[in-house]
Ligand binder design. Structure first.
Ligand SMILES: Cc1cc2nc3c(=O)[nH]c(=O)nc-3n(C[C@H](O)[C@H](O)[C@H](O)COP(=O)(O)O)c2cc1C
Length: 222
């Protein structure tokens, strides 16, 4: 069995109950200002900010600490164009034939269609891959645990970090997404999870007027 090395809990900070209440309230209010944006500006964003947001995501908990994710940051206009063309092809099929009516009804309040100009306009596309195993050069496989759950949690960290930095993003899931492996040259053990479109909102950006469920609808206290 591997030797377990324990270190003191680093950087833990305890707050007074009043401060905890204030912090929990202000964090909630901060997250409440986040919205999914589909109208992007082409204004440039420093790569260092993106690096910091991804470092925040990479600190997320993961099954057996396997960190079963890979982030491909695309700013190259030619690659963004390829992604847009492939995504629009899939989405055209999706809206025309693949999506069941129930799904189309569910997304109709969002006003989305097969046109995805933001894939070329926004300065960054962060394409997130999830790995059910790591492939070593000599062919040995290292299994991940809870790869999807872990990648979802890391993505939540990433979305929060992007919002905290003062940028906006769109969670985009063209269906299916296999074309991302081909365009980005990612290996077979990496499954496209989603595309995060990241940047500043366009000057007159609008968002759908939607409501969230009440807390008592999504919570049970026993
Ligand atoms: C897993 C996931 C996939 C999504 N896929 C898309 C998508 O492909 N296209 C899109 O326009 N929005 C997509 N969204 C964004 C949702 O429509 C949006 O989060 C939802 O309407 C709530 O709006 P809000 O994020 O502004 O609160 C996706 C969100 C999630 C979490």
């Amino acid at each position: 069995m591997a030797e377990i090395k324990l270190v003191p809990l680093p950087a833990y900070q305890e707050y007074s109950p009043e401060e905890m209440l204030n912090r929990s309230q202000s964090f909630y209010e901060e997250l409440l200002r986040r919205r999914t944006v589909r109208d992007f500006s082409d204004k440039k964003v420093s790569k260092q900010i993106i690096d910091n947001c991804i470092a925040a995501a990479n600190s997320a908990p993961s099954g057996a600490n396997k960190q079963p994710w890979h982030f491909v940051v695309v700013s190259n206009p030619l690659i963004k164009k390829k992604i847009r063309i492939a995504a629009e092809e899939e989405e055209k099929e999706f809206y025309a034939t693949r999506a069941p009516q129930e799904w189309l009804d569910a997304i109709s309040p969002l006003g989305t269609d097969e046109h995805k100009p933001f894939l070329e306009i926004a300065p960054y596309l962060i394409v997130i891959f999830s790995k059910s195993f790591d492939l070593l050069p000599y062919g040995k496989k290292f299994k991940s645990y809870y790869a999807i759950e872990s990648t979802g949690i890391a993505t939540g960290f990433l979305i929060s970090a992007i919002h905290n930095a003062g940028l906006v993003c769109l969670t985009h899931t063209p269906s299916p997404m296999k074309f991302l492996n081909h365009i980005l040259g990612r290996p077979e053990n990496e499954k496209p999870f989603l595309i995060l479109v990241v940047g500043y909102p366009a000057e007159n950006a609008t968002v759908p007027d939607i409501v969230k469920k009440e807390l008592n609808e999504v919570t049970t206290y026993l």
